[in-house]
Design a protein around this ligand. Structure first.
Ligand code: NAD
Length: 269
C-alpha cells in the first residue's frame, strides 16, 4: 500500500472510494481523479495487488494525486483510520464514495443466517461506517462535503433470489435519507446511486449463481437481462462513474437524500 501522495498538482478537493480495486469503484476513482480530485483508493487488504495496479494506472493517466490504502468497511476502526489517513495526506476530505458491496443470489428459503449477516455488515453497516467517519471529518473542517453511497435498482424494486441483497440496498436508501436530514445544516449532502446490471466481477458471480440454479450457460443469464433494459445494452462501470462524478460536482449542490437510478431504463420512478 502506498502512503505518500504523489502531488503532481495541488488538488483543491479530495475523495475516498471504497471497493476501488475493480468494477464500479475503479471506474468511479478514475473519473473523480480525471475531474481533479485527489483520490484515496480503498479496498480489502487481500485486494492490495489489484489496488496497486489501479493506483499506477491512474497516476500514469493523469499524473493525479492518488494513494491507496486498505480498509474493511465492516470495521468502524478500520474505516476511521483509513479516512483519517486520507485527510492527513491530502489536507481534508470532501467526498466519500461508499461503494464497496457484496451480492448474495439465493432464494430466501436457502439464505443462511451467515449470508444474511455478512450482506448487512458490508452493504449497510459498511456504508454507515463510511458516512459517519467521513461526516465527522467534514463537520470538523466546516467546508461541507458529499456522502455518496452505492444502492441499486434492487433498492427500488426487489429481484427474485435477492432478499438479503435487496433488503440491504433498501436500507442504504433509508440511511442516506436520514443522514441527509441530519447533516444538511453542515452543508454535507448524502445521496446514493442505483445501478442496474453492470458488467463487473459482482455480476460474474450473480451470473454463475443463476446458471447453477437454472442450468443456463455462463453469460446467458446476464445476456438475458438485456431484454429488460430499455436502452438495449448492459451497463458499463463508466455509466455509473459519470453519475457519481455529477453527484460530487458543484452542479449537484442542491440535491440531497436522493437515489439516482442509472439502469438504462429497467425501473421507472
Ligand atoms: P465488485 O464485486 O466488482 O467490487 C466490489 C469491491 O468491494 C471489491 O473490490 C471488493 O474487494 C470490495 N469489498 C468487498 N467487501 C469489502 C469490505 N468489507 N471492505 C472493503 N472493500 C470490500 O462489485 P461492483 O459490481 O463493482 O459493485 C460496486 C457497488 O455497486 C456494490 O455496492 C454493488 O452492490 C453496487 N451495484 C452493483 C451492480 C452491478 O450490476 N454490478 C448493480 C447495482 C449496484
Amino acid at each position: 500500500m502506498s502512503t505518500a501522495a504523489t502531488a503532481a498538482r495541488q488538488p483543491e478537493r479530495s475523495a475516498v472510494v471504497t471497493g476501488a480495486a475493480g468494477g464500479i469503484g475503479q471506474a468511479v476513482a478514475a473519473r473523480l481523479s480525471a475531474d481533479g480530485f485527489a483520490v484515496t483508493l480503498l479496498d480489502l487488504e487481500r485486494s492490495a495487488p489489484a489496488l496497486a495496479g489501479v493506483e499506477r494506472r491512474l497516476q500514469e493517466a493523469s499524473g493525479a494525486a492518488v494513494r491507496s490504502d486498505h480498509v474493511d468497511v465492516t470495521d468502524e476502526h478500520s474505516v476511521d483510520r483509513a479516512l483519517q489517513a486520507h485527510a492527513e495526506a491530502f489536507g481534508g476530505l470532501d467526498v466519500v464514495v461508499a461503494n464497496a458491496g457484496i451480492a448474495v443470489t439465493a432464494p430466501l428459503l436457502e439464505t443462511t443466517t451467515e449470508q444474511w449477516d455478512t450482506t448487512m455488515a458490508v452493504n449497510v453497516r459498511g456504508v454507515a461506517n463510511c458516512y459517519r467517519s467521513g461526516a465527522r471529518i467534514m463537520v470538523d473542517q466546516g467546508r461541507g462535503g458529499r456522502l455518496i453511497g452505492a444502492a441499486s435498482v434492487a433498492a427500488h424494486r426487489a429481484g427474485r433470489w435477492q432478499s438479503a441483497y435487496s433488503a440491504s440496498k433498501f436500507a442504504v436508501r433509508g440511511l442516506t435519507q436520514a443522514v441527509a436530514l441530519e447533516l444538511a445544516e453542515h452543508q454535507v449532502t448524502a445521496n446514493c446511486y442505483s445501478p442496474g446490471v453492470v458488467q463487473t466481477p459482482m455480476w460474474d458471480t450473480i451470473d454463475a449463481a443463476l446458471g447453477e440454479r437454472t442450468g443456463a450457460e455462463p453469460g446467458a443469464p446476464m445476456a438475458a437481462m438485456t431484454g429488460q433494459i430499455a436502452l438495449g445494452r448492459l451497463q458499463t462501470p463508466g455509466d455509473v462513474a459519470g453519475v457519481v462524478s455529477f453527484l460530487a460536482s458543484p452542479d449537484a449542490a442542491y440535491i440531497t437524500g436522493q437515489s439516482v437510478v442509472v439502469d438504462g431504463g429497467m425501473w421507472f420512478s
